[in-house]
Design a protein around this ligand. Structure first.
Ligand code: SF4
Length: 696
């Protein structure tokens, strides 16, 4: 009827790890309108430019509507039988480690759970990894080393309660805009609050900064080691809290022998930062890809955690280290065990008791006892023919992986490649033997976990288009066709969520952090109406912060400081590759742009790929404003528009990571990145490539 709006459906944004609540209304002609959900604790009604434009990205143009086998239309029956048969045959011939899944932090928890169960419990391999490996694996590894589990200690409120917010390796203003807005609003209301930005570039986040430290790439460990020494020297050690910690002496020894010159910062800047940090009780240190995407990413994380532990600034209001995740469900994927080195619910593959418990719970016929291949190694194994069947779900590794040309060639050369996606047009989908039409944001139904452990519902607003199916349903159907009928007999995401929540109770009984067993008895209608809730949710624990009480999840129950020392980026400059290339996001695009590029409004912000160059460097290189530059590395090539700016350090350039394109000029910058990784986390070094630059 006239003037009667459709009721709003409460869902969660498709993009970043802030996890904003969205009110979506179908417009009756296949689209929807969106606004911020004032009742969602992550955003309280706010949305950023990307969230606001969600309604412009749900149209069906370019959508894949039927399965394709060998590029030709096929029925679901044919396609699924083929997938099940080829995986079964490959396993029979090459063993379970001859197959792999590569999944995504944009999958919902229920999709992730089924994929992980199928690979680890039934196929019997741990070769399931995720694009979250490129995003926050170093945070996971750092958390586990320090806390015993992958636990984010704080909540978003801490960002507003802090007297000092340090943003390191995080352009929060563009990458997590609503959190940035929350900090900016808190600072406006309470001008005494200070913000420090640590970043080689002077980013948009510096607009609210009292201090910007233009750190040299890779200088983070030295910087925070220097801070640890200052915490001791300025008397900022919390002696009571330190009684709950191990490793203080060794960490301090390593810290005091590190060389501050690796930071590239002058003594005055360092002193101002250290004084501010040590004199402020309520400090939150926010970190993201600038810390994680590094060949010493895990050590960088632990250098930060060391400081918060030593000063006891953790787990209390307004203080703590805070890893913010790039993707809407990177956290859910971590919780569910979507990484090749984890089991499920923060249980560990290498722990026999954890393995036995999960195996019994799943009634699983097989379970690996060692970690599988992490992303970079996984695609290397595909290229070398050690992995013969690969299933890629909801991600575009032919663009986003480091050494992207080699990854594309590896996928193209693989015997059997299945891709679930929304469109046939991604670089990866074009390489698929079997392409399965999946539902996308606005059609899917399930849960995601944001950066402060809040589990929210994503809800279907629109019906699945064409023959598209949910990822969990596709995976479960293949599991059944491979012969495991009972284990994959799921009828709904609610059913999967209940099983998952029940399993988490076992993790809770092992004394681990991730326990949502309080949600295990949810009826279908309770799941349908589920409100955002921060884990843990059990009979005894709910929400809140971790570690303020000095109790950790290590075997001894004590927190650990790690001895860490500066290491330069893995790929040295020289041999003609004399420039440091940094990569990152821009405000209005997302990943490889398969969704955001549909919105003309979002493309207006920055319409094409570019290379930021310092004016003095540009004139040295003979680059002219708005001209083209050719960038080469030992691995690949890109051609980008020159953007001359003094926001950078000399000798360093920056390019956004979103663009693709198979022919020159191409903005596919991950082709330039070396496939070198952090030795602990396996996360690639995406922010310190060595490149040559010339006018094009
Ligand atoms: Fe979506 Fe992140 Fe923007 Fe929130 S801040 S609207 S979750 S992209």
């Amino acid at each position: 009827g006239e003037g009667v709006a459709a009721p709003a459906i409460r869902t969660t944004c498709a993009y970043c790890g802030v996890g904003c609540g969205v009110l979506a209304r179908p417009d009756g002609s296949g689209g929807m309108t969106v606004e911020g959900d004032a009742d969602h604790p992550a955003n309280r009604g706010r949305l950023c430019s990307k969230g606001t434009a969600l309604g412009e990205t749900v149209g069906l143009s370019g959508r894949l509507l039927t399965p394709l086998v060998g590029g030709a239309r096929a029925s679901w029956d044919e396609a699924l039988d083929l997938v099940a048969t080829r995986f079964r045959d490959t396993i029979a011939e090459h063993g379970p480690d001859g197959v792999a899944f590569y999944v995504s932090g944009q999958l919902l928890t229920e999709d992730y759970y089924v994929a992980n169960k199928l690979m680890k419990g039934f196929i019997g391999s741990a070769n399931i990894d995720t694009n979250s490996r490129l995003c926050m694996a170093s945070s996971v590894a750092g958390h586990r080393r320090a806390f015993g589990t992958d636990t984010v200690p704080g909540t978003y409120e801490d960002l507003e309660l802090a007297d000092l917010v340090v943003l390191t390796g995080s352009n929060l203003a563009w990458c997590h805009p609503v959190l940035y807005q929350r900090i900016a609003a808190a600072k406006a209301a309470r001008p005494g609050m200070k913000v420090v930005v640590i970043d080689p570039r002077r980013t948009a986040s510096c607009d609210i900064a009292d201090l910007h430290l233009p750190i040299a790439p890779g200088g983070d460990v030295a910087l925070f080691n220097g801070l640890l020494v200052q915490i001791l020297e300025q008397g900022a050690v919390d002696a009571g809290f330190a009684a709950h910690l191990d490793g203080f002496g060794a960490a301090l020894d390593a810290a005091s022998s590190d060389d501050l010159s690796a930071t590239g910062l002058d003594g005055d800047l360092l002193r101002r930062f250290y004084d501010l940090w040590t004199r402020t009780e309520k400090v939150v240190t926010v970190y993201s890809q600038g810390v994680n995407q590094s060949s010493s990413g895990t050590d960088k994380v632990n250098a930060i955690l060391n400081c918060h532990l030593a000063a006891g600034r953790i787990g209390r209001p307004g203080m703590g280290p805070f890893s913010v995740t790039g993707q809407p469900n990177a956290m859910g994927g971590r919780e569910v065990g979507g990484l090749a080195n984890m089991l499920a619910c923060h249980m560990e593959l290498e722990n026999p008791a954890h393995r036995a418990a999960v195996r019994a719970f799943w009634q699983a016929p097989a379970m690996p006892d060692a970690p599988g291949l992490k992303a970079v190694d996984m695609f290397r194994a595909v290229g070398e023919g050690r992995i013969r069947a690969l299933w890629i779900i909801c991600t575009n590794p032919a663009v986003s992986m480091p050494d992207a040309d080699a990854v594309r060639a590896a996928i193209a050369g693989c015997d059997f490649v299945v891709v679930n996606d929304l469109t046939a047009r991604t670089d990866t989908a074009r390489l698929a033997d079997v392409l399965l039409p999946a539902t996308g944001w606005g059609e899917k139904d399930g849960t995601v976990t944001n950066s402060d452990r809040t589990i929210s519902r994503q809800r279907a607003v629109l019906p699945p288009p064409g023959e598209a199916r949910h990822d969990w349903a596709i995976l479960a159907e293949v599991g059944r066709r491979m012969g495991w009928f009972r284990a994959f007999d799921y009828a709904s995401p609610a059913e999967i969520f209940r099983e998952y929540a029940t399993l988490s109770g076992i993790a809770g009984r092992f004394g681990l952090d991730f326990d949502i067993s309080g949600l295990a008895a949810m009826t279908d209608s309770a799941f349908a109406a589920m409100e955002p809730v921060r884990w843990p949710v059990s009979d005894t624990r709910r929400g809140g912060r971790f570690f303020g009480d000095g109790r950790f999840f290590t075997p001894s129950g004590r927190g650990r400081l790690l001895p860490v020392s500066h290491r330069a980026p893995a790929v040295a400059l020289g041999d003609g590759f004399d420039w440091r290339l940094n990569t990152g996001r821009i405000r209005d695009q997302w990943h490889t742009m398969t969704r955001t590029a549909k919105s003309p409004r979002l493309s207006r912000h920055l319409a094409e790929p570019f290379l930021e160059v310092h004016p003095a460097d540009a004139s040295m290189l003979g680059l002219s404003p708005a001209g083209l530059a050719e960038i080469t590395s030992r691995h690949g090539r890109a051609v980008l528009r020159v953007l001359i700016t003094d926001r950078l350090r000399r000798g360093e350039v920056f390019a956004p990571m979103h663009w693709t394109g198979e022919t020159a000029p191409t903005g596919r910058v991950d082709a330039l990145i070396a496939p070198v990784v952090d030795p602990v986390s396996g996360q690639p070094e995406s922010k310190a490539a060595a490149v040559a630059i010339a006018p094009f």
